[in-house]
Design a binder for this molecule. Structure first.
Ligand code: CA
Ligand code: CA
Ligand code: ZN
Ligand code: ZN
Length: 593
């Protein structure tokens, strides 16, 4: 099976066959146009510049520090604040022209050790070959560590004022991020966007010269989508609203760029930087490429990393994390790792929400040896979107959700109320219900029956196919033990006997009676969203809102005979048992599968 990345890549390649794209040109070609190369780190002096730049030690020279802020002259109120902050102790000039003799520079040794530890290198405290190699790798421009706490305090105060300008916020934010790095990755909601839908724009003055504009936008849409797949955040590309309404602005530039107060270093080393709750700049002297197109730096990986910073994440020094500061060229197709999911959810919470229906879909596959294998997959549906849930890995399939109309042909595009699989020796029928109608699903051909082998045309009225039941229903589930479909409607449940094709004697009943609470009043009452039989858990669950109740099974009652038949065990939170079922914005990239 193709992963989505592969699909996307083939899509990109396909679109590019018609028009020649710059990124197909030879890398050496690009080099010719690069006027500037990043300064190679060759000795202790350049290493010290590197370490101060990324926050491992205090700035080396006054010029170096001032250089970073020199573009801000046009912003007087900001400069006032900045000057104050400098006086408060960030950049006490050392005025050294060259590093002191070896062994005397304790600060450098400490910073080298720090860098080596974080980078997973042998901690020698010396500028050795491994360290030199690591420092010359392509990396993110966001500092790894904070430099000075008094400045942090000052700038954090600036940020707390209600009327800070956008420019102010940038520097303040950068420093606040450094503070975050030290203390509070785990503190939920401490410093993060306070809204869930964020607007972004690739700035017209900041297009890359290496990829087509459509390709750049496609890659950014994908990068934002990847974060929304694992968090409650949603992102929309907005090329129309006034600039001040755009939360995240992206752009490419070289050297001095886009009015930014930090300059890019030419080809090599720093490839991008980002401002906490702000903007992202990409060094267009780098050779950025579309996913899986060989040499160069994957713009997708870099964008996902920098967006992580904008959302509030610091560098994470764990293998597999997209938030590692260095660019790792291996693993061309990547997913959001466990660490990154947990980190973003620490800031913004887990994904929660009501579902329209949840079910296990059974299908038959023929093995290479001709045997028929029965498999199931778990699907969560919410209105017009669905997720495939991988029970084994306890997460959704990478790249989900997918619009219903793409994966479930013939179903109403805005969603369904319920799913039922009648499965016995005689029957194997899949039904979807919506409003007063139902559809029979042709699992072999993966689409709704227009007309089934019995000659029925779909959709049909529920009251015709299931005498005694009238839609709309809330949900339904088939119970193999008594060959009944249980239809839930408001506070009532109807057992519908498949054998006798009618409502079973004694029904409808109050859900409270037919599915009594096991403890106290812990019961959903009525208006159940979902009744779901899970093959993975061999159990029935009732979902309502963000909670679910597990139905006592025969196995439970053999172990604990005092439990009532079909009793509801105390509720639990859906998002604690089924992880990362996250919405994407309706305008987000639609990935086909
Ligand atoms: Ca660079
Ligand atoms: Ca429902
Ligand atoms: Zn970074
Ligand atoms: Zn910049």
């Amino acid at each position: 099976m193709l992963t989505s990345i592969q699909l996307i890549t083939s899509l990109l390649l396909w679109t590019s066959t018609g028009e020649k794209l710059f990124h197909h040109r030879d890398h050496s070609d690009l080099q010719m146009f690069n006027a500037q190369q990043a300064q190679t780190i060759t000795d202790e002096y350049t290493a010290e510049l590197f370490l101060s730049r990324y926050g491992f030690m205090k700035p080396v020279r006054w010029e170096e520090t001032r250089d970073r802020y020199e573009d801000l002259d046009d912003n007087n109120d900001f400069l006032d604040d900045l000057q104050a902050s400098i006086q408060e102790g960030t950049s006490v000039p050392h005025f050294r022209d060259r590093p002191p003799p070896e062994g005397e520079n304790q600060a450098l040794t400490a910073a080298l050790k720090d860098f080596q530890r974080l980078s997973g290198l042998p901690v020698t405290g010396a500028f050795d070959d491994a360290t030199r190699e690591a420092m010359n790798k392509p990396r993110c421009g966001v500092p790894d560590k904070e430099m000075d706490s008094s400045r942090d305090y000052h700038l954090a105060k600036m940020q707390s004022g209600p009327a800070v300008t956008r420019r102010k916020r940038h520097l303040a934010a950068l420093v606040t991020k450094r503070r975050r790095h030290r203390r509070d990755l785990g503190e939920a909601g401490h410093v993060a966007f306070s809204k869930n839908v964020l607007r972004w724009r690739l700035m017209g003055e900041g297009y890359s010269n290496q990829l087509s504009i459509e390709e750049q936008r496609y890659i950014f849409r994908l990068a934002f989508r990847m974060w929304s797949e694992v968090s409650p955040l949603q992102f929309m590309e907005d090329n129309g609203s006034p600039l001040e309404d755009i939360d995240i602005r992206l752009g490419f530039g070289t050297g001095r760029h886009l009015g930014c107060n930090q300059r890019f270093d030419g080809s090599g080393q720093e490839f991008a930087h980002a401002w906490f709750l702000g903007d992202i700049h990409f060094d267009d002297d780098e050779h950025f490429t579309a996913p899986n197109t060989g040499s160069g730096i994957s713009l997708l990986k870099v964008a996902v990393h920098e967006i992580g910073h904008v959302l509030g994440l610091p560098h994470i020094y764990r293998p597999g994390s997209i938030m590692q500061p260095s660019y790792l060229p291996q693993e061309a197709a990547f997913e959001m790792g466990w660490m990154d999911r947990k980190a973003i959810q620490n800031l913004y919470g887990a994904c929660k929400g009501r579902f329209s229906t949840v079910f296990d879909w059974i299908r038959r596959e023929r093995s290479p040896y001709g045997q028929v294998v029965v498999r199931f997959n778990t699907y969560f549906m919410r209105e017009g979107w669905y997720w495939l849930y991988e029970n084994r890995n306890n997460r959704t399939r990478y790249g989900d959700p997918v619009p219903l109309r793409i994966g479930w042909r013939g179903l109403p595009a805005d969603g369904v109320d319920a799913y039922v699989h009648v499965w016995s020796l005689k029957r194997d029928d899949v039904y979807f219900f919506k409003g007063t109608q139902f559809w029979k699903y042709d699992s072999d051909n993966d689409k709704v029956f227009g007309q089934d082998p019995e000659g029925h045309r779909y959709p049909r009225k529920i009251s015709e196919g299931f005498p005694g039941i009238s839609g709309p229903i809330d949900t339904a589930v088939y119970d193999r033990r008594d060959s009944c479909i249980y239809f839930f409607k408001n506070t009532l449940v109807y057992a519908f006997s498949v054998e006798s094709n009618g409502v079973a004697p004694g029904f409808p009943k109050a859900i409270q009676k037919a599915f009594p609470p096991v403890s106290g009043g812990d019961h959903p009452g009525g208006n159940i969203d979902v009744a779901y039989f899970s093959y993975a858990h061999n159990a029935v669950f009732l979902f309502k809102g963000r909670r679910f109740w597990q139905v006592v099974s025969g196995r439970d009652r053999r172990r604990r005979p005092f439990l009532p038949r079909n009793g509801l065990l105390p509720h639990k939170e859906v998002d604690r048992h089924w992880f990362d079922i996250c919405d994407v914005h309706p305008t987000a990239l639609t990935l086909t599968r």
